[in-house]
Write a protein that binds this ligand. Structure first.
Ligand SMILES: Cc1cc2nc3c(=O)[nH]c(=O)nc-3n(C[C@H](O)[C@H](O)[C@H](O)COP(=O)(O)OP(=O)(O)OC[C@H]3O[C@@H](n4cnc5c(N)ncnc54)[C@H](O)[C@@H]3O)c2cc1C
Length: 415
């Protein structure tokens, strides 16, 4: 029997678009991605065959606007769709998010942001090229932001140390990105960098978001990849040494990423759908396992009161996580209120931490046999541990911002 949707369409009043996309994603991921997930994890290899499926089903263009031949999914429709994928293969959903963000940010977000008419017209022309690569040629974009500095530029407090120096016809890019998911597999690296202004220090407002062709001279991928979880993301280090990038490769016009980060902050919440899916998967596994329905599970174990009590705790945690997350993805918009922003941090923290807590509880509840590598639970446990580390909204950063912003109005200080 196929799995029920994470968010029942009638209860959560999903739109027709959301129902169609989530059904499509769930059926595809359950049928094709779930059986491949163990080998992808074991071998720490990129899920190339899953991307072939995403390409052939049109999902690669899920957030490419319809006017450009894509599926034109809204922010919420995408989040719900990605959660269904994360349920069956975390690494596929997480890497898919890096790809989709290049479309979502240059599409839905950019449409809401301010820019002069001529800048917008040029942006539309450039994004048309990016979208055509995806829709017509099946190209994949990644999103290497993180640099590993002592103060994290990806957290948005200091400028990116990767630089873009203006030259005739474009920029010359230099720098290094750690944890570059899809490294060696993306066709374009969506690099966040800082445009250099002569004789001034780097400034955050000069952030540029450029599509660097993976095969450009000066691009190299270094280091190995043998991590705890999310092994199929293949997040090695990308190095850019005097890479010439054409002016047409700007994914957003200069200055617009900075505006987006300030005015459309839910753009950073898009790492959560993967982990919402993992949370649901840990719960689903537990129920099936204790009912003796999971292939390879021992006889029914649902009669023990303590196991029922643990399942109840898991259900409470899952319902709380779903409710908060659904509310938050529903209110994502330009210039959210202070309350909405605080709620977004709370949702990020809750999904990332609860996904792992649920996986941990699932192992404890199901028992020793459930953590064998022949079953998916131990992978869910390892994959879900990675969520709280993801910049710019790590669990620690969320706690820091919620605590501060709850006590200080904008501009207030004790000095
Ligand atoms: C599986 C996986 C895939 C990833 N894929 C990508 C990707 O595709 N693209 C990409 O750009 N990154 C990616 N990342 C990287 C991720 O977003 C972080 O940048 C990375 O985990 C940071 O590692 P670090 O050791 O530099 O930690 P640090 O940045 O040193 O952070 C350590 C901790 O310090 C805290 N901290 C850091 N900066 C601040 C601050 N300014 N204020 C308060 N607290 C702070 C945070 O709590 C953080 O957890 C991925 C990470 C993982 C685990």
């Amino acid at each position: 029997m196929s799995d029920a949707p994470i968010f029942a369409s009638e209860s959560f009043k999903l739109t027709a678009e959301e129902i169609a996309l989530t059904n499509q994603a769930r059926e595809l991921a359950a049928r094709n991605f779930a059986p491949r997930a163990a080998a992808i994890d074991r071998e720490a290899r990129f899920p190339t065959e899953n991307y072939a499926d995403l390409r052939s089903t049109g999902l690669l263009g899920v957030c490419v606007p319809k006017a450009y031949g894509g599926l034109g999914a809204s922010y919420r429709a995408y989040a719900l769709t990605a959660a269904e994928i994360g349920r069956y293969c975390g690494a596929t959903a997480l890497t898919f998010n890096m790809h989709v963000c290049s479309c979502l940010w240059s599409g839905t977000l950019a449409d809401a942001l301010d820019m002069p008419d001529d800048v917008r017209a040029a942006h539309h022309q450039r994004r048309g090229r990016h979208y055509a690569r995806i829709i017509e040629d099946g190209k994949i974009y990644s999103q290497p932001f993180s640099e590993g500095g002592a103060v994290a530029a990806a957290a948005g407090t200091v400028p990116f140390a990767t630089t873009a120096t203006k030259v005739d016809g474009g920029w010359v890019v230099n720098g290094k990105k750690i944890f570059a998911s899809l490294s060696g597999h993306a066709d374009y690296y969506g690099v966040l960098c800082t445009e250099v202004e002569l004789e001034t220090e780097l400034k955050r407002r000069n952030s540029l978001y450029l599509a660097v062709p993976a095969n450009a001279a000066g691009v190299s991928i270094i280091g190995d990849w043998d991590p705890l979880g999310m092994r199929g993301t293949v997040s090695r280090t990308a190095v850019f040494k005097d890479v010439m990038v054409g002016a047409e490769e700007a994914i957003m016009p200069p200055g617009v990423y900075h505006q987006a980060a300030a005015r459309w902050p839910h753009m950073f919440l898009t790492l959560t759908p993967t982990y919402m899916g993992l949370a649901q998967a840990a719960y689903d596994f537990t129920v099936k396992y204790l009912r003796g329905e999971w292939p390879g599970s021992p006889d029914k174990r649902r009669g023990m009161a303590v196991k029922q009590s643990n399942v109840a705790r898991m259900r409470l945690m899952l319902e709380q996580t779903k409710a908060l997350w659904f509310q938050t993805i529903s209110e994502a918009r330009l210039d959210p209120s202070r309350e909405e922003l605080l709620r977004a941090y709370a949702a990020q923290y809750t999904v990332m931490e609860n996904a792992n807590e649920l996986a941990q509880l699932a192992i404890r509840t199901c028992g020793g046999q459930s953590m064998l590598k022949s079953l998916p639970l131990e992978r869910l446990y390892r994959d879900s541990r990675c969520g709280a580390l993801m910049l710019p909204w790590t669990a620690d950063i969320c706690i820091e911002r919620i605590g501060h912003d709850a006590l200080y109005q904008p501009g207030e200080s004790d000095a």
